[in-house]
Design a protein around this ligand. Sequence first.
Ligand SMILES: *Cc1c(COP(=O)(O)O)cnc(C)c1O
Length: 375
Amino acid sequence: MILFNKPYTTEKEEEYLKDCLLRAHTHGDGYYTKQIHKFIEDTFNSPKALMTTSCSSALEMAAILLDLKKGDEVILPSYTFVSTANAIVLRGAKPIFADICEETLNIDPSDIEKKITKNTKAIFPVHYAGVACDMDYIMNIAREYNIKVVEDAAQGVNAKYKGKYLGTIGDIGCYSFHETKNYSSGEGGAILINNDKELMRRAEIIREKGTNRSQFFRGEVDKYSWVDIGSSYLPSDILAALLYAQFEKLDEIQNKRKNVYEKYYNGLKELEKEGKLRLPIIPEYCESNYHMFYILLNSEEERNHLMDKLKENGISSVFHYLPLHNSHMGISLGNKQGSLPITENLSSRILRLPMYANLKNEEIQYIISEIYKTL
Ligand SMILES: *Cc1c(COP(=O)(O)O)cnc(C)c1O
């Protein structure tokens, strides 16, 4: 069976894990977590990065930092993972789902504009597949209406928009280091605070259960206590040690994924010319991190048929998000089926192919030939 995803390991994980144990500091904010913060800040050009237990917790922290509450509205794509919406709903605020663009499957900025009301507090764009949203357009809307932008860059680590790293463009950025993402600690994430010093100060507190413990450890206050709401959003230093080994191979891992992406792309071009499928589009302004390789079939039936055929031949391919506005929760929040036509259409025709750094050339060629056979 060719798996859909296989986590990447370098030769350094064991050494760093042992070292972490020897340092006898396995709780949060130890040596390796500090290395991760420095790495993100230096490499991605971010003024303040904090590692979290997941991207879901980074998104929850962002919602707390923006003081989202009942009566507030936040615009996000329906075509995303549940965590983007949960972060909003957990604060009592209302998710307002926008449609996506045909080319990138990213949120459509013109639909954001249509959905702005006097209650809109924030936009949560999601960089799907490691391909950037139209950030200039989104940041202009945000400035015009004085609302905040939180980038869900779970899939966008080490990808760029017009030379800027994803996650560093909005007010806040959120990364995921889940096993299925490009760089992984099993479970993990990070929150990036991009301009507001007060948010940077408060983020440390929220992440440390609402205490000013971080200031205490730096000797800025002489005791620490409960000063705000918060939770335990900081991961064990063991996870940071795992991630650090991968960060040292940042570009090597990305180049391997790029190679897989390009082999698929070139191998399937002919089928696109024949109108059998559509290949992913990376706009000029974007440098992808090659998180995903998907194809769009002509109908849901053709998609499901191809997925079954690939499975019969030992290849695991998968579809993706069931639109949130049509989910059980989405409907119970008052959303209607048929309200986001592009989201509903594309999500029923997408198929993601096996994608990981060490996918072998023979395997890629085999997958391509099986797709030709069926189509
Ligand atoms: C993976 C993912 C998340 C959640 O990441 P976790 O680290 O597992 O919490 C959130 N948003 C998007 C778009 C994702 O792809």
